[in-house]
Write a protein that binds this ligand. Structure first.
Ligand SMILES: [Fe+2]
Ligand SMILES: [Fe+2]
Length: 275
């Protein structure tokens, strides 16, 4: 079996529609649901686009679960025993077990919400981050950055389930949220253990994490204001081994990304209106 399986060789049936992340951002199906109004961008049942946006998020979660399963599975296989501790492989195997359950929950939840596989495109960024040749980058880029984002998304969706009166949605998100806290904590713990005597390696791994985090704060997707559809889940991130300083940094990155997006929108408006 091949080590580091390229993203093109992932097994998908004809229902799946592949997108590059750049395409996903400009996909008109995504634009339909990420259309920005003035005021709150939070997921609120009274907002007309809320159901569409929740379905889109759910589809993104579903494909993310498949790739998290594939990524953790690869990490159990891609490295020899002298490259990473066996205990780390066992943690990744345990994660595969959780992610398989999440795949099943997500596909059923998508149906429950009136969606189906392929309604939205599949961006493969998570799996690509899970192909990093250094296992430590997988732990920061996938477990800490992307599954950290999953904590924020699941917490936001759980709250949406609560306020929209959907106990099935709220319960499913709550269960998956609990597992993701464990996965992110695995990332935090292994980062600390593997770099105990190598601060430079730790810094490189954290830099990769910051790059991934910044990408997913684009346009104010995740943050702590009413303009962010996905809210930063401070309490759960603390449980997953994030320091207060790290959470503050994430909040800052989100604010910067939001300001950049606003400046770009104003500039575009200026060009369009001939100012
Ligand atoms: Fe998951
Ligand atoms: Fe996970």
């Amino acid at each position: 079996m091949k080590k580091i399986l390229p993203v093109e060789e992932l097994a998908r049936d004809s229902r799946f529609v592949r997108a590059r992340i750049e395409d996903a951002i400009s996909d008109p199906r995504q634009a339909k649901v990420s259309e920005r109004n003035t005021g709150s961008a939070r997921l609120e049942p009274a907002r007309p686009a809320a159901a569409d946006r929740a379905r889109q998020l759910m589809h993104g979660i579903f494909v993310g679960e498949i790739q998290a399963l594939e990524g953790a599975g690869r990490t159990t296989f891609d490295f020899d025993d002298d490259e990473i501790p066996f205990q780390l492989k066992l943690d990744m195997a345990r994660q595969c077990w959780d992610e398989s359950r999440h795949c099943e929950i997500s596909v059923k939840l998508s149906e429950h919400m009136g969606s189906e596989i392929g309604e939205f495109t599949e961006a493969t960024f998570l799996y690509e981050a899970a192909c990093a040749p250094d296992a430590l980058l997988r732990l920061t880029g996938v477990n800490r950055a992307l599954e950290g984002l999953a904590i924020d998304v699941f917490n936001t969706m759980k709250e949406f389930g609560d306020v929209s009166g959907d106990p099935v949605l709220a319960a499913c998100e709550d269960w998956m949220l609990a597992d993701e806290v464990t996965h992110v904590k695995m990332g935090s713990d292994w980062l600390r253990r593997l770099t105990e005597n190598d601060p430079e390696r730790r810094e490189r791994a954290l830099e990769f994490q910051r790059t991934v985090d910044k990408l997913f704060s684009l346009g104010g997707f995740r943050g702590e204001t009413d303009e962010n559809p996905i809210q930063l889940a401070r309490k759960f991130r603390e449980m997953a081994g994030f320091s207060t300083e790290e959470i503050d940094d994430l909040s800052e990155v989100a604010t910067e990304a939001q300001e950049e997006a606003r400046a770009a929108a104003d500039a575009l408006h200026g060009v369009a209106s001939g100012d």
